[in-house]
Design a protein around this ligand. Sequence first.
Ligand code: UN1
Length: 533
Amino acid sequence: MSEQGFNFIGGRWVPGDTGRTFEDRNPADRDDVVGMFPLSSAADVDAAVSAARDAFPAWAATPAPERGKIIWAAGRLMEARKDELAATATREMGKILLETRGDVQEGIDTAYYMGGEARRMFGVTTPSELPSKFAMSVRRPLGVAAIISPWNFPMAIPTWKIFPALLCGNAVVFKPASDAPATAYALVRILEEAGVPPGVVNLVFGSGSEAGTALVEHPEVDVVSFTGSTETGRRLGESCGRRLKRLSLELGGKNPQIVMADADLDLALEGAVWAAFGTTGQRCTATSRLIVHRPVLEEFTARLVQRAGALRLGDGLDPATDVGPLVSDAARERVAEYVRIGLEDDGAELLVGGSAPSEGVFDRGSFFEPTVFAGVTPTMRIAQEEIFGPVVSILAVDSFEEAIAVANGTRYGLSSSIYTRDVNAAFRAIERIDAGITYVNGPTIGAEVHLPFGGTRDTGNGHRESGTEVLNVFSEWKSVYVDYSERLQRAQIDTGLPGAAAGGASRGDSGEEAPQGSTPESISGSFGAEGGE
Ligand code: UN1
């Protein structure tokens, strides 16, 4: 069965302006067309942004707990349809059902977390420096939020972005990756059913170069949240920078797992196999560098090669499969190219995998074998660049110090991990690894939705998703001062008297007594008093 998808604009499902469409195909079987979706133009994007702009004031005025109820309702619908959603996601992007179920679960967790956050969204109340004056801060929505999501977590990542954007009172225009439109379609149908008012969430399908660019550059878009490659992120940064538009970027990774000689090797091995080959290596948190202390190098390498070679490659819908296909033939070609680059590097040794199997059922999909390189040194391209596939490099080190230096020796800083039984080494690693996430005795993947998610250096631009930190992407602060003294009080007036509190000017004409600690004689009646803000 293949589905005809539509854009969702102003609460109506509509075809694209030009009638052009694109196909969504199953990467495990390219003869299987999952659906057809509009290849949206700048005019479609403009209609979606106007619908969002029109819907924004009423949504922003809706109490946050009411907005939260709708997000919560969406979570319940996702929970009821978990199997169906997971099957759709596997069929269109390839990862195994166990993982797409996890992906949907991450969306459900985000819905309940953000639904609950609706009754918090705390600002601060804090003492004023002046008497009879109240000080607090409150969050305000930004307006129209553009959400541009990747295909590797087709449910979790859109929900990480859309739910907090909605919770904060923004209207949304969502442009999902063209390799995973069907899951996005299902998510927006759920939001509609959960009661999101017309225009508050709009969906436009299409390419990054056309629909994505039109959205990012649209003058009525106030904030852009993007997950994808560092190269695209940099371009978005330039474009948004010119317009002083807020932008949150989650970009590449080259995540290290350090294995020290005192590690529980069984555990370190389990973690490495899961984080390097789970999602066919297509997570920004995937382990792509195993930094192994030389005393355990030989044993660890041999066991990893054995485990990688035993993984069953196949259709993600088949419960017997461990590793599904890559998302597309283009992705497979890119991975194969990195294997060629690795083979040319002097000293790097391909121990297992390295090919795209093409016999039998493999002929119909974008499969690639789990691949391990050993003898890799830190400056090699396969140790520096994000491959986004089932390829892991083993780098040998002689000390903890060297392990940390190697771990920090790329331009990325998303996830990281250390396996050791030495508590001091673990804490030193937490302190010294330059990354947004560090796991101790756990793999580099599997971040939880209530902690900040994001990375340092070229992994992003300093923002975080998830946790309450994501609210800072989708809202801005207003500081509020309520002065109930019934007189003009000037902050930051320097009285010149040691120990004297900041000035509280009387009204100057009444001769009324100034509050204790103020120095009326120096400022009373003098509207142009020295100092001021
Ligand atoms: C991603 O690959 O972009 O931490 C997100 C993890 C998942 C999210 C990955 N919870 O591996």
